[in-house]
Design a binder for this molecule. Structure first.
Ligand code: SF4
Length: 198
């Protein structure tokens, strides 16, 4: 209410509060102070290059095995067609590209599609890939995470990474829910490296 930055203790108290309506009223107050009665949102197009994924996270309704009904993978041309269709909305501002951890695709396969999208739609803001995917790209390419991110930025036009894949950053819980994907430390390493690279 005073417009001050929250302390850690404030954050803990808010987290412990069960009065969602009161928390919502506080959040709405801050929003009104900043933006008045205008609400902003972003029109983006999700491009999910493939849902074939080796990770088998317990909570996932997206991932499939390669031979499972509904499994798919996109070519460059198909990914471009998805965005061309979305371009009918004149407010389209950017792309959000996330996918499964494909058992046989190389890093180059993912990068090549993103590069083709960026070449075809250079004005669209490009956000893509979670810390889980970027950890996976580093593993399959043998490149350090920083180099993977540099290539995605410099060749693929990536301006931001997606926040998914964090779920709960506790390896005990991740071991129960999603033991086959990036650990908490690996996810955080990607986030820190991406921040360092701007
Ligand atoms: S890594 Fe992602 S796509 Fe794959 S099973 Fe887990 S949540 Fe689903």
């Amino acid at each position: 209410m005073r417009g001050e930055r929250l302390t850690r203790e404030d954050g803990i108290r808010l987290f412990q509060c069960h009065d969602l309506a009161w928390l919502g009223a506080l959040a709405d107050h801050v929003r009104r102070e900043k933006c008045g009665d205008i609400v902003y949102y972003n029109v983006n197009c999700h491009v999910n290059l493939t849902n074939i994924c080796t990770s088998h996270c317990k909570f996932c309704a997206f991932g499939r095995d390669a031979d499972e009904k509904g499994a798919y993978e996109m070519t460059k041309a198909q990914a471009i067609a998805v965005v061309e269709d979305a371009m009918r909305d004149p407010n389209l501002a950017g792309l959000h590209v996330v996918s499964g951890l494909h058992p046989t695709w190389s890093f180059e396969d993912y990068l090549g599609i993103v590069e083709a999208l960026h070449e075809r739609f250079p004005k669209l803001y490009m956000k893509g890939f979670t810390g889980v995917e970027i950890t996976h790209f580093a593993e399959i390419s043998g490149l350090p995470v920083e180099e993977v991110l540099r290539q995605l930025r410099d060749r693929g036009g990536l301006q931001a990474i997606a926040g998914g894949g964090a779920e709960i950053l506790s390896d005990r819980v991740r071991g129960e829910l999603c033991p086959n994907k990036a650990t908490a430390d690996e996810w955080l390493t990607v986030a820190r490296t991406a921040h360092k690279l701007g």
